[in-house]
Design a protein around this ligand. Structure first.
Ligand code: PLP
Length: 384
C-alpha cells in the first residue's frame, strides 16, 4: 500500500509500504522467504540481491515516504549503505569533501579504502561554509556531511551545503542516522543522497543490523549497479523485522526527543557534569540552526563530560542500573558509552583531541523509559 505523500509521518510509519499479495487478507506484509522465483512473461527476474523482493520493497516504500525521496535501497548495514553509495557515484580521479566529526566507521572507511580506489579526499578541520567552499577542487564530485554529528552533536547547515554544491554541480550526501527521518528530512532541504544505519533508530530495538539509502530515481541507477555487484542485500526475515519496527518509529522518536531534552536540561544543572552537548539546549552554539532544520525535534542523542575526569566517568557508568553500558544507539533502552574507548577507538589520541572528544566524554542514547527513572539513575550513580 503506497499512500498519499500529504499524510503525516506517524501514519506513513504504520501504513505505507505494507505488501498485500493476491488472496491475502491479512493487515501485515507476509514474509516471502524464497530466494528462487518463477521467471518469464516479460517480468523482471526476482532475486534477493536484485533488491526487488516484497519485504525489501515494504521498507523502501516506508523510508521514501518518510524522507520525501523518489526511490531507495535497503542494505545489510549502515556501512554497506555508505560504501554502496560511494562505489556507485564515485570513480577514480574524483575528489570528496568530508565534514570532520564523522561516525568512527565512516572515518575508518575513508582512511582505509578511498585512496586504494584512486579517490582523493579532504577532511575539513572546521565546519563553516567558507571552509567547504575553499576545499572545492575542479574534480570534487561529492560533499559528505553528518548532522547532528557523532559524538559531539555538532550541527552542519544542510541548506547552505546543498546550495553551495548545487551551484557547482557537486553531489551531496548525508548520514541522517542520529536525527532519524522523523526529526530531519534532508532531501526536502536540497540534499541528493540520504543514508541511515537502520541498526539504530529505524530498527529501534538493538536486535538487527541494516542500512538504507534514499535518493532520486536518477541517482539510484548507478548506486543500484554498485549494490547488485557488491551484494549487500538483507534477508527477508530481517526486512520484516525492520518493517515492523518502523511502524512505531514516530512514536518512539517523539518520546526519545522529549526524554533527551529533559535529561539534557537536568545534566546542565548538575554540579559534577561539565559540557553537555544537545542541539535542543538554548546553550548549544547552533541551537537556532538545529531548530531550522530538525523540524520534528532534536533527537535522542546527547553527550556530556564528567568534570572529575576519565576514571570518575568510568566509575559513574559502572554504577548505572537502568541505563546500560553498551555500544550502538537508537534503541528503546537507554545506553551509554565512552566514545574514546568504543566508537572512536580507531582514531588516534591526537585526532580525538583535535576533534574535542575527551576521555571523560560520555555519549548517551536516550530510550523510551520514564524519564524520571533515568534522572534518578544518573543521580544515584553520581553520588554513590
Ligand atoms: C552505526 C552508524 C553507522 C554504521 O552503521 P552499521 O549499521 O553499524 O554499519 C553509520 N553512521 C552512524 C551515524 C552510525 O551511528
Amino acid at each position: 500500500m503506497l499512500l498519499d505523500t500529504k499524510l503525516s509521518e506517524a501514519t506513513h510509519c504504520v501504513h505505507t509500504g505494507t505488501q498485500q499479495l493476491e488472496g491475502d487478507r491479512g493487515v501485515n506484509s507476509p514474509i516471502i522467504t524464497s530466494s528462487a522465483f518463477d521467471y518469464g512473461a516479460g517480468l523482471p527476474n526476482q532475486y534477493p540481491r536484485y533488491f526487488n523482493l516484497p519485504n525489501q520493497e515494504a521498507v523502501v516504500q516506508k523510508l521514501c515516504a518518510l524522507e520525501g525521496a523518489e526511490s531507495g535501497l535497503l542494505t545489510s548495514s549502515g556501512m554497506s549503505a555508505i560504501s554502496t553509495v560511494f562505489m556507485g557515484l564515485l570513480e577514480k580521479g574524483d575528489h570528496v569533501i568530508f565534514q570532520n566529526n564523522l561516525y568512527g566507521g565512516t572515518h575508518y572507511f575513508i582512511a582505509q579504502m578511498l585512496e586504494r580506489f584512486g579517490i582523493a579526499y579532504t577532511v575539513l578541520v572546521g565546519n563553516t561554509i567558507a571552509e567547504y567552499e575553499e576545499a572545492i577542487q575542479p574534480n570534487t564530485r561529492l560533499i559528505y556531511i553528518e548532522t547532528p554529528s557523532n559524538p559531539l552533536l555538532k550541527i552542519t547547515d544542510i541548506r547552505a551545503i546543498a546550495h553551495l554544491a548545487k551551484g557547482k554541480g557537486i553531489l551531496t550526501m548525508i548520514d541522517n542516522t542520529f536525527a532519524s527521518p522523523i526529526n530531519q528530512q534532508p532531501i526536502k532541504l536540497g540534499i541528493d543522497v540520504v543514508i541511515h544505519s537502520a541498526t539504530k533508530y529505524l530498527g529501534g530495538h538493538s536486535d538487527i543490523c541494516a542500512g538504507v539509502i534514499a535518493t532520486s530515481q536518477e541517482l539510484l541507477k548507478p548506486i543500484y549497479v554498485a549494490a547488485v555487484n557488491f551484494g549487500g542485500c538483507l534477508d527477508a526475515r530481517v526486512c520484516y523485522l525492520l518493517e515492523r519496527s518502523m511502524k512505531t518509529l514516530a512514536l518512539r522518536v517523539q518520546r526519545q526527543n522529549e526524554n533527551a531534552l529533559k535529561l539534557a536540561e537536568f545534566l546542565e544543572k548538575e554540579e559534577q557534569i561539565g559540557q553537555v552537548n544537545y542541539p535542543g539546549l538554548a546553550s548549544h552554539p547552533d541551537h537556532h540552526l538545529a531548530a531550522s532544520q530538525m523540524l520534528g525535534g532534536f533527537g535522542g542523542m546527547l553527550s556530556f563530560e564528567i568534570k572529575a575526569g576519565p576514571a570518575k566517568a568510568e566509575a559513574f557508568v559502572a554504577k548505572l542500573k537502568v541505563i546500560s553500558k553498551a555500544l550502538s544507539l537508537g534503541g528503546v533502552e537507554s545506553t551509554i558509552c565512552s566514545p574514546a574507548q568504543t566508537t572512536h577507538i580507531k582514531i588516534s589520541q591526537a585526532e580525538r583531541d583535535a576533534q574535542g572528544i575527551k576521555d571523560e566524554l560520555l555519549r548517551l542514547s536516550v530510550g523510551i523509559e520514564e524519564v524520571n527513572d533515568l534522572i534518578y539513575d544518573i543521580e544515584q550513580a553520581l553520588c554513590s
